[in-house]
Unconditional design. Structure first.
Length: 436
């Protein structure tokens, strides 16, 4: 046996390299923490702020089921979306349960385009009423898991109004007690990094004023302007956002119609699948890769009403599936009748992909040779896919255990190994402290 070679680099060499890369280490740790492993909603529903009531989610679910029943039921909807009879049956039962128990995962009370300019007195009253209604819904258990407001943008003409509405809503919630765990704030029509930095200042001050932990008020940025994709200096401002306010932005949401219109796409061709949309969304994806900031696709304004129900369902279902296949796991819904096609298309996506993903995970965990040799990065993607399916209700934990041989804790650890290592380190440190 050959002798083990003696290393040439000294401890001083290693220390020198560590010093060279210290700034890189800090950058990766602070700016690229990865996904936090928490649930991401499959959609965001927008309603004018003054129309919200604590029963709104249940009302939307009821309306969605009524529409489905009037058009042959949820199994027929599955057929319209291209599902075979068995898949349509399984998906329909799960969509039925979803619409009865949690029809809206993420709700945004809209004070922007969906509300308009009604004067300061009216909007002041509506902002206070919205905070009270959300607090009531959360206390009653009728609020969606994620809920918040979209206020007016930070352009000069609407900035004072947007800030005041944000202030009134957050202050109203704070005065009512603990903030909702799933509170989300949405900053629309962003054009510059400075506007996001201003938002960071605003929520930081609200945290100070109301005694909230630093970083408690995170917010979404809506990507609705070409200036955010390509700035005047030829750089991409959207790529600078995660690093201008590290840890503060929770998501980027693509705005289909404002963005398309700003590029002079005629109304007939404005769509989530137009080439300008795909380009913007690919830039968005690159901008936030590894940062933990999540992505959402936009909406379709073709609504399933009147004689248009079935064709609109088919369009919506296809667009939902398209987004999922391209790694956009969230989108917007604008009407109760879009909920059946949202969940039917989403559930079919996860259920159709489950057997292959589970088999590959089973082989990876058991170190069994199969037709595909998956690397750790691919295993993470497989686990994340299955975990998303469980979190939204498309598949059950018992199915995953049977097919992949892993429970949810192990699945979560596979999908987010950095979090698992952090938890193990914390547990180890606690154990050592408890038993000196």
């Amino acid at each position: 046996m050959a002798a083990t070679p003696t290393p040439s680099l000294t401890a001083a060499d290693t220390a020198h390299i560590d010093a060279q890369l210290a700034e890189t280490d800090r950058l990766l740790d602070r700016n690229y923490p990865g996904d936090d492993g928490s649930r991401q909603p499959v959609h965001t529903v927008y309603v004018p702020a003054d129309r919200f009531t604590p029963s709104l989610a249940a009302d939307w679910g009821s309306q969605a089921l009524t529409t489905a029943a009037a058009h042959g039921g949820l199994e027929r909807l599955g057929g319209l979306l291209g599902q075979d009879a068995h898949l349509a049956e399984v998906v329909a039962s799960r969509v039925q349960a979803k619409l009865e128990t949690e029809p809206i995962e993420d709700l945004r009370l809209d004070f922007e385009d969906g509300y308009g300019d009604r004067g300061d007195d009216a909007e002041d009253a509506a902002a206070g009423a919205a905070a009270a209604a959300v607090a009531t819904a959360v206390a009653a258990g009728s609020a969606p898991p994620f809920v918040g407001i979209r206020f007016k943008c930070f352009e000069a003409a609407t900035r004072p109004r947007g800030l005041r509405t944000l202030d009134l809503f957050v202050s109203g919630l704070a005065s009512a007690g603990e903030l909702p765990a799933g509170l989300i704030l949405t900053l629309p029509k962003v054009t510059t990094v400075a506007q996001v930095q201003a938002m960071d200042y605003a929520v930081s001050r609200l945290e100070e004023i109301h005694g909230l932990p630093a970083g408690r008020l995170r917010f979404e940025v809506q990507v609705e302007t070409p200036q955010l994709i390509l700035g005047p200096e030829g750089t991409s401002p959207v790529a600078q956002l995660p690093h201008a306010v590290p840890g503060r932005i929770s998501g980027l949401h693509y705005g289909t119609y404002d963005y398309s219109a700003s590029l002079q796409i005629s109304a007939e061709y404005q769509s989530m699948e137009h080439p300008v949309a795909d380009f913007a969304k690919e830039v968005m994806r690159l901008a936030v890769a590894g940062t933990g900031i999540r992505l959402s696709d936009g909406s379709t304004n073709i609504i399933p009403v009147g004689r248009n129900v079935e064709s609109a369902w088919q369009l919506h279902g296809r667009l939902v599936r398209r987004s999922l296949e391209r790694g956009y796991y969230q989108g917007w819904d604008l009407h109760p009748a879009q909920l059946p096609s949202r969940f039917a298309a989403t559930y079919a996506f996860y259920r159709q992909g489950l057997p292959a993903a589970a088999a590959r995970l089973h082989n990876y965990v058991g170190r069994t040779e199969g037709g595909v040799m998956d690397e750790p990065a691919t295993a993470r993607a497989l686990a994340a896919f299955v975990l998303r399916g469980v979190q939204c209700g498309a598949v059950g934990a018992e199915e995953v255990q049977a097919l992949a041989g892993v429970g949810i804790p192990q699945l979560t650890g596979l999908a987010h190994p950095r979090l698992a290592r952090s938890a193990e380190s914390s547990h180890s440190a606690t154990s050592q402290g408890a038993h000196p």
